[in-house]
Design a protein. Structure first.
Lengths: 223, 260, 223
């Protein structure tokens, strides 16, 4: 197939597909080499990035997908009069982190690591399709086993679960801030716009500060 | 309440001044950090006291203290008492009673760090919209990728079917309920056990139709709950034995269970 | 708003929306004049037309929408037909769920529970090898009895049909306990699976054998 034609046909498929499109599937559909297909995908990505248009092409969950840029979130929310899904709670994120690294894992094992009963959080994550039941463990009570989903990979911009940084790389010593490199590594393929940086960063810091303040005030009351 | 609100003890209400921790390990990490102590050498007496102070504060504010915290408080006291025992100097390499807790704290701390980086990604990535799901060429209506269909979807679909059935068959449900009364089945089982106990459950169930079995099953559960009978199964796929207990049942109360 | 920014924001909206986007709605969202908005839409349309890419901007039903070009229809059909083989409709999933929990079950019984004729869906599930025929019911007309297959178990990570979530476990997973009356009305051995153990054991072995036979006969047909 002629290069330009191939490229626009791939674009059409990317445009229509709801899920990340796999290189293998494109290879099969066009009967072209994986190298040719990947080169086209790279070219599409570069053009979109250069244009700073309405959307970008990114790799996620072992495939490629078109998505809008984070900076357009406010106008999209306004236009579609959508509140957007609420952010995942800290409890949910903690639980998700454990499932991501320890999968497949049962609810009791998970609650044990977190030190709190995690049934309700697991349900939230099931509803959000971030995790799924992948079977039962062959122990007393046959508890369900949980795994992360493809949706999880897409949401966090991971190509594969093995792309997660090694757990050991996360702050070992208590009180030590998270290794900046690790955060950078995870957020690598995330396109942070300037505005977003400024908007989201202080929020995280602020909430951490709130926590500390909360503790202070309680202890004050108590003493 | 949402899962989070529950866990945080209702954070959405105003003027909440109690810090919100995501469990006893989170609280412990906080105390270690605040006291600037070495996690590998936790001053267990100090930390235990502060941990309990926190629980007291919660109690004063009439907040429900989750069992997980109480369990941790007990564990801390246990470790503290072990620390007070004289060390056997002849033995080398005595395991530090704090070791297991330290390992758990470190592991939890790592996952907390992962969660923090996930939180940042969550914010940014949530702002990246994909196209709204469209029906794909050649597909009729909404479809799910088979590789992503899990047990959750399966039972969710089952629930949907049941709910629809319920709405379209109100009389059928009414009839079912009248045909086999739970109270009748409770009485029947109990009478049988008065004659002979224990009996094999399989034997009692034989020849019943499905709906009757369900009534029996529910009645049996009630009887177990009331302490009038007990169930025993020696091995995994073995016979289930039903036996009468010492507790005498007042059979006139059985009727109470029909509208449950 | 700066012209380039406005343009890429409009692109983002067009990208996300399935329905034609109305100029008036864009005017309201951006607080710009209809002329400005229309000029941007024209510019986007011209660029896309010139690129001969995967999609174009077209006017339809009183609005504007991005759509693939007609010449890509064949490749899109080809690509998604292949993908379609691994997709299940909601109706099929529901039918599968009922077969799973009420097996063995006949088509009339199933249609009765679902309130719609389910013959076509059953055929799809047979083709996907999620269910199989396990005999005939000894009633008037001797309808076929359907059961789930071993592939079904494998797909859902179950070793045995009795590993399906029990009703009392539904609450943990989907947050809504099942109304027992309803189950009583439609259900066979869901609640009784424990007691049914003995009875169903040999049956399950037999069904595994049937499965093997099924595979054989299908292969014979193919060859």
């Amino acid at each position: 197939m002629e290069s330009n034609e191939l490229r626009s046909a791939i674009e059409a498929i990317l445009f229509v597909s709801n899920d990340p499109v796999k290189v293998d599937d494109l290879v099969a559909a066009f009967d072209e080499s994986p190298e040719t297909i990947t080169a086209q995908l790279d070219a599409i990505k570069k053009t979109l990035d250069a244009n700073l248009g309405g959307f970008v092409l990114e790799q996620a969950a072992g495939g490629w997908r078109l998505a809008t840029r984070a900076e357009h979130d406010p106008i999209l929310k306004k236009f579609f009069a959508k509140k957007g899904e609420s952010r995942l709670s800290i409890a949910a994120l903690e639980t998700l982190a454990i499932v991501a690294y320890r999968q497949p894992i049962t609810a009791p094992e998970l609650s044990d690591i977190r030190g709190v009963n995690s049934t309700a959080v697991l349900r939230t994550l099931l509803e959000r399709r971030m995790i799924r039941v992948s079977g039962r463990k062959e122990v007393v009570g046959s508890p369900f086993l949980y795994r992360t989903t493809r949706e999880f990979l897409v949401h966090f911009g991971l190509n594969d679960i093995r792309d997660l940084p090694r757990l050991e790389e996360f702050g070992d010593l208590i009180g030590e801030p998270i290794n900046e490199d690790v955060v950078a590594a995870i957020s690598d393929h995330v396109m942070l716009s300037r505005e977003d940086d400024e908007a989201s960063q202080p929020e995280i810091l602020r909430s951490a500060q709130d926590d500390v303040d909360d503790v202070k005030s309680t202890r004050d009351q108590h003493e | 309440m949402t899962e989070e609100e529950k866990e945080l003890g209702g954070e959405s209400s105003y003027n909440v001044t109690v810090p919100t921790f995501h469990g006893p390990l989170d609280l412990l990490l906080h105390l270690i950090k605040k006291n600037e102590v070495d996690v590998y050498d936790i001053p267990i007496a100090l930390i235990t006291d502060q941990f309990n102070e926190y629980l007291d504060a919660m109690e004063e504010l009439d907040l429900e203290i989750a069992a997980d915290y109480i369990y941790m408080a007990a564990l801390l006291i246990h470790i503290k008492s072990k620390m007070l025992l004289p060390r056997d100097e002849t033995m080398e390499e005595v395991e530090d009673p704090r070791q297991e807790l330290v390992d758990r704290l470190l592991e939890y701390q790592r996952f907390k760090s992962v969660a923090e980086s996930f939180a940042e990604l969550d914010v940014v990535r949530m702002g990246m919209w994909s196209r709204k799901a469209t029906s794909l060429p050649g597909a009729d209506g909404s479809e799910i990728d088979m590789s992503e269909v899990s047990l959750f979807d399966l039972i969710d679909a089952f629930r949907t079917a049941l709910n629809r059935y319920k709405i379209s068959h109100p009389q059928a449900l009414e009839l079912q309920r009248l045909v086999h009364k739970v109270s009748d089945k409770m009485a029947e089982l109990y009478e049988r056990l008065k004659e002979k106990s224990p009996i094999r459950l399989q034997w009692f169930l034989e020849g019943r139709d499905r709906n009757e079995l369900i009534a029996i099953f529910l009645g049996m559960l009630e009887l177990v709950r009331l302490g009038g009978i007990s169930l025993k199964q020696a091995d995994t796929f073995g016979d289930i034995l039903v036996a009468k207990t010492q507790t005498e049942m007042d059979q006139s109360t059985f009727a109470l269970f029909d509208n449950a």
